[in-house]
Design a binder for this molecule. Structure first.
Ligand code: UD1
Length: 430
C-alpha cells in the first residue's frame, strides 16, 4: 500500500461509483487484503491546494511503512489541477473517485462525495482519516468518516475569518471539520487559540507549522520553466508581478474590478509584466479572458505546475492574490503579498508585515500595487519580518503525533508514555 510512488498498471475492472482506480487495487481488494497488522491511515485529497499541502505528510508517512499502511484517496474535485500538483511530488493515489463534473454545483458535488467516500471508507476500513484545509472534499471526508466511527485528523486546523460568507463555503467547511475531528494539527499559535475558543480540548491540538513550508522546500529553484510561455518572457529587462484570483466570493463584479485594476496597472507601469495563471473554473476564465485578453504586459497562462509557480514567485516583485496558499508561500519566500479580499483567515501574514488586505475595488488595488512598484523601500518594509508559518518540519510533527497517539491494538506502533488520544477503532457500520 505504501508503494504509491511506484508506477503500477491501471486496474482493468470497472469499479463501482464512477471510481477510477489508478493504482493496482480497488477499495474492495484493499479491504480483502486487510491492514496487514499495520495502522491504516487514509489521506484524502480533492483539490490542488490539498495535494500540495498533504504531499509532505504522505511522503513522511511513507517513511514509516513498516508500521503505517498509507492509503491515498482522491475525490478528484479537481481533475487536471490535482494531477498536476500530485505529479510535482511523484505521488499516485491508490483510489481515484473521479467525482469532478463541469461547472459542478456545491450541493451536487457534496452529495456525490459523501456517498463515494462513505462507500470507500466502509470497504477499506482505515484506522484514521486525514484531511487538509477547508474544501468541500474535507467536509465530506470528515463527515463520512465520523458517520462510520473512524477517527479524523485535520491538517491546517483552526483558521478562521469569522465570516461564514467570506470565504464561502470554506469558513463553514473548516468549522464543521473542527467539530468532527479528533486530532487538530494547527499551523500556528493563533489557529490553536481559535480552536480553544470553540471548546476543542487542548490535548487534541498540536501546533505544527504549515505543511506548505515543507512542500516548497522540496521544490528546488529552476534555471528554466516547464511552461514555454514563461521562458519567453523578458526576465532580464522587466519587473514581474504574480497575479491569481479564483475564490467564489470574488466571482462576478469583484473579479471584473480586479481585472480592470490589472489592466490599469499594466498601462501605468510599462516596465512591469503581470503574470496571471488562470484557474480552470469557467466562471473565472470567462471574465478574465474577456477583460484582459490581448492587453500588453498582461500574461494570461494556464495553471502552472508547482515548481514553475514557485519559480515565478521567486522572480516576482510581489504577488496579488486571493489564494490562501500563496499568502503562506510569500512570507516563506520573502515576498510581499497584496491580498485581493475583504479579510483573511491568515492574520499572521498581515501581522508579520508580509501581507496587506487591499480588497477588490479597482482604485484601492491600483494604489496599493503602485506604492510597491514606485518605492522599493515599501517592499523592504514589508519583507523585514519573520515567516510566521513554521520551519518546514510540520509533516514530521504530524506523523510523529499520529504514531504516538495511535491506539496500542492498532498494531505495532511504538506507543509512548501517556494516554492514547485517538479512540480505539470502533465498529464500522455495515
Ligand atoms: C476549490 C475549493 C477552494 C480552493 C480551490 C483551489 C471548495 C468549495 N472550494 O474551489 O476552497 O481554494 O478549489 O483551487 O471546495 N475545474 C476544472 N479542472 C480542474 C479544476 C477545476 O475544469 O482541474 C473546473 C470545474 O469545472 C469545476 C470548477 O473548475 O466545476 C470549480 O471547481 P470547484 O472545485 O467547484 O471549486 P474551486 O473554485 O476550484
Amino acid at each position: 500500500m505504501t508503494d504509491f510512488m511506484a508506477t503500477g498498471e491501471s486496474h482493468r475492472r470497472t469499479p463501482p461509483m464512477n471510481r477510477r482506480v489508478v493504482d493496482r487495487q480497488t477499495p474492495r481488494e484493499l479491504s480483502a487484503i486487510g491492514h496487514g497488522g499495520k495502522y491504516r491511515v487514509c489521506v484524502i485529497v480533492g483539490t490542488r491546494p490539498e495535494a500540495i499541502k498533504m504531499a509532505p505528510v504522505i511522503l513522511e508517512l511513507a517513511q514509516h511503512r513498516h508500521v503505517i499502511d498509507t492509503m491515498v484517496v482522491t475525490t478528484a474535485q479537481h481533475r487536471e489541477m490535482l494531477s498536476q500538483a500530485l505529479d510535482a511530488f511523484g505521488i499516485k493515489p491508490h483510489v481515484d473517485l473521479g467525482l469532478m463534473s463541469a461547472k459542478q454545483a456545491l450541493a451536487d458535488f457534496t452529495a456525490r462525495a459523501m456517498l463515494a467516500l462513505s462507500s470507500c471508507f466502509a470497504e477499506t476500513r482505515p484506522d484514521l482519516v486525514l484531511v487538509q484545509g477547508d474544501t468541500t472534499t474535507v467536509l465530506c471526508a470528515a463527515l463520512a468518516a465520523h458517520y462510520l466511527g473512524i477517527p479524523v485528523g485535520h491538517v491546517e486546523a483552526g483558521l478562521r475569518s469569522g465570516n461564514l460568507r467570506n470565504p464561502f463555503p470554506e469558513e463553514l467547511n473548516r468549522r464543521l471539520a473542527s467539530v468532527v475531528a479528533d486530532l487538530h494539527f494547527a499551523p500556528t499559535e493563533t489557529a490553536r487559540e481559535n480552536l480553544l475558543r470553540e471548546g476543542i480540548p487542548d490535548d487534541r491540538i498540536v501546533v505544527t507549522g504549515n505543511t506548505i513550508v515543507d512542500a516548497l522546500r522540496r521544490m528546488p529553484r529552476k534555471a528554466s520553466f516547464d511552461d514555454p510561455r514563461l521562458n519567453a518572457l523578458p526576465w532580464e529587462k522587466r519587473r514581474f508581478v504574480l497575479c491569481t484570483v479564483h475564490r467564489r466570493e470574488n466571482l462576478g463584479e469583484p473579479l471584473a474590478n480586479i481585472c480592470r485594476a490589472l489592466g490599469e496597472l499594466a498601462s501605468m507601469h510599462t516596465d512591469t509584466h503581470f503574470v496571471f495563471p488562470v484557474h480552470l473554473n469557467p466562471h473565472v476564465r470567462d471574465v478574465v479572458f474577456d477583460e484582459l485578453s490581448g492587453m500588453p504586459r498582461v500574461e494570461l497562462l494556464d495553471p502552472l505546475g508547482y515548481a514553475d509557480l514557485l519559480e515565478l514567485l521567486r522572480r516576482s516583485e510581489f504577488a496579488m492574490t486571493d489564494s490562501g496558499g500563496i499568502q503562506e508561500e510569500c512570507p516563506s519566500l520573502g515576498k510581499p503579498v497584496l491580498i485581493l479580499r475583504k479579510n483573511t483567515e491568515r492574520p499572521e501574514v498581515v501581522a508579520s508585515g508580509f501581507g496587506r488586505v487591499v480588497g477588490t475595488e479597482t482604485l484601492s488595488i491600483v494604489d496599493s500595487a503602485t506604492l510597491l512598484l514606485d518605492d522599493v523601500r515599501e517592499i523592504e518594509k514589508m519583507t523585514a519580518g519573520e515567516n510566521p508559518f513554521g520551519d518546514g518540519m510540520a509533516a514530521p510533527r504530524i506523523v510523529q503525533t499520529i504514531m504516538r497517539r495511535a491506539p496500542k491494538h492498532a498494531g505495532g506502533l511504538p506507543v509512548p508514555e501517556g494516554p492514547a488520544l485517538l479512540p480505539t477503532r470502533r465498529a464500522v457500520e455495515p
